[in-house]
Design a protein around this ligand. Structure first.
Ligand code: NAG
Ligand code: NAG
Ligand code: NAG
Ligand code: NAG
Length: 437
């Protein structure tokens, strides 16, 4: 283009002309109060197929920034993050410049994006580019700086690790890169700091959904494909899941069921209630797991599944323990086998550590402090003892044996209960420690 305007001593003109060879490329005789005559931009529009440069060895510098306005979906199964971005691109088009003083003071014009050259910036991780809407408008300043903003729904591939679900953080990468232009033709830059992008995105994000934006970081390694080198900007978007939904729906009910299971050890072992109670709990827990299956990630083995499996196995173990103790008690009250000496000693040692060694039946009876009438199965033998004085010695011995076995069952019950508590505490602490790291 020829110089359309004489190099006037106006400040704007001289500033602008500094890098542009003293010329304004647009003749603004076409600017009037009714708008702009398209003819004055025709030369620019006609060249939209080419990168707008005065010298082809000078790369176009495109400044990129974006605002993350929504985190729509995180799909752990397909490993996809769906987000909504407002992308801002800025570059200089040296074939556009006019003198705003001459042109009715117009500093900025909006021009439909389809008439101008646009940089082919895309997101490497994006899995569907077709959702980008078209038909947007660019703003051109009198100095030829073009601003192009577009909203974009980006479904990007992201390496999601759900092991710590629901206390997980994800780190997804969005790499902005030119599809075609190498570093010789296009350089990418930023006119904003990443913390500005992060703060703006935090303010703008309207979804108070499951995911919370933690931070955005960037890195600018060059991408080398074959012999060509491409400029790229990588943004690391760190997001964190808000766990409250899962705490309320998954962890708390499960914790309650396990707590009830633990407390059900205080139901008397002799009563017939413990086994049905625990079976009901186990059934309830299974129903809970079935219903809550939808809330869990569909793939992988998160820690929470291990936790559920642990809770289930604790419940099964406690049911088995109760069955075992019930069996022991049944055996004790119906046909007690002779108790081995070592077991007897151990039992006495456990119940009253001061009285060791072989004890007399009567003494043992007192030391154990058990009244046989506690046991429903023992009422008959006690009555028998009163009625038949003949084989009194044998009856007494049998009664003592029964008491010993009953005592043994109770000791076993307490011991296993403590083991259960210990295991439960250990596993829950382990899970919590793993989650909190
Ligand atoms: C600008 O264009 C008009 C016609 O559109 C022409 O008459 C005028 O001379 C041009 N001005 C310059 C400085 O070339
Ligand atoms: C284009 O730019 C390069 C490097 O900046 C310079 O060496 C070359 O002379 C320029 N060419 C023209 C035609 O201005
Ligand atoms: C995300 O990952 C990148 C590279 O893998 C790393 O540089 C960055 O610090 C990570 N961000 C967070 C918040 O962990
Ligand atoms: C890009 O941003 C840098 C500041 O980081 C600024 O100096 C430069 O003028 C900007 N370029 C464009 C085309 O916006």
């Amino acid at each position: 283009q020829e110089g359309l305007w004489p190099a006037e001593p106006s400040l704007t003109g001289s500033l602008l002309s500094a890098g542009r060879g003293n010329t304004f490329t647009i003749n603004c005789s076409g600017f009037d109060r009714h708008g702009v005559d398209p003819a004055v931009f025709q030369a620019v529009f006609d060249r939209k197929a080419f990168r707008p440069v005065t010298n082809h060895s000078i790369p176009t510098r495109v400044n990129i920034s974006f605002t993350l306005s929504a985190i729509l979906e995180v799909d752990a199964q397909l490993q996809l993050l769906t987000s909504f971005l407002w992308i801002d691109l800025t570059w200089d088009n040296p074939s556009i410049s006019w003198n705003p003083e001459e042109c009715l003071g117009i500093n900025e014009l909006s021009v439909s994006a389809e008439h101008l050259w646009l940089p082919d910036i895309f997101i490497l991780e994006s899995m569907n580019v077709n959702l980008t809407p078209s038909g947007f408008t660019t703003f051109i300043s009198s100095e030829g700086r073009v601003k192009y903003s577009m909203p974009m729904r980006v479904t990007s591939i992201c390496n999601l690790d759900i092991f710590y679900f629901p206390f997980d953080q994800q780190n997804c990468t969005l790499t902005f890169c030119s599809f075609l232009y190498t570093v010789d033709s296009m350089l990418l830059g930023m006119d904003k700091e990443v913390w500005e992008i992060t703060n703006l995105s935090r303010k703008v994000i309207w979804t108070r959904g499951e995911w919370e934006l933690l931070s955005i970081n960037k890195a600018t390694p060059k991408l080398s494909v074959g012999t060509s080198l491409y400029d790229q900007i990588m943004f690391y978007v760190a997001i964190r899941r808000r766990p409250s939904l899962y705490i309320i729906n998954l962890l708390v009910p499960s914790g309650f069921l396990v707590a009830i299971d633990a407390f059900s050890f205080y139901l008397p072992a002799e009563g017939q209630n413990r086994v049905p109670f625990k079976i009901t709990l186990l059934l309830g827990y299974n129903v809970f797991l079935l219903m809550m299956n939808d809330l869990l990630p569909a793939t992988g083995t998160p820690l929470i599944s291990v936790y559920f499996a642990l809770c289930l196995s604790l419940m099964v173990a406690s049911l088995l323990e109760t069955v075992f103790i019930t069996y022991l008690l049944h055996l004790a009250t119906t046909q007690p086998p002779p108790m081995p000496q070592w077991l007897h000693s151990l039992l006495l040692y456990c119940t009253s550590p001061r009285k060791q060694g072989p004890a007399e039946p009567q003494e043992g009876n007192k030391s154990l402090g058990l009244s046989p009438t506690h046991l429903p199965g023992l009422k008959e033998p006690v009555e028998l003892v009163g009625k038949v004085p003949g084989p009194r010695e044998a009856e007494l011995r049998k009664q003592h044996l029964v008491e010993l076995w009953v005592q043994f069952s109770h000791v076993m019950d307490t011991l296993l209960f403590r083991l259960y508590l210990l295991f439960m505490a250990c596993s829950i602490i382990t899970v919590i420690v793993l989650w909190s790291t």
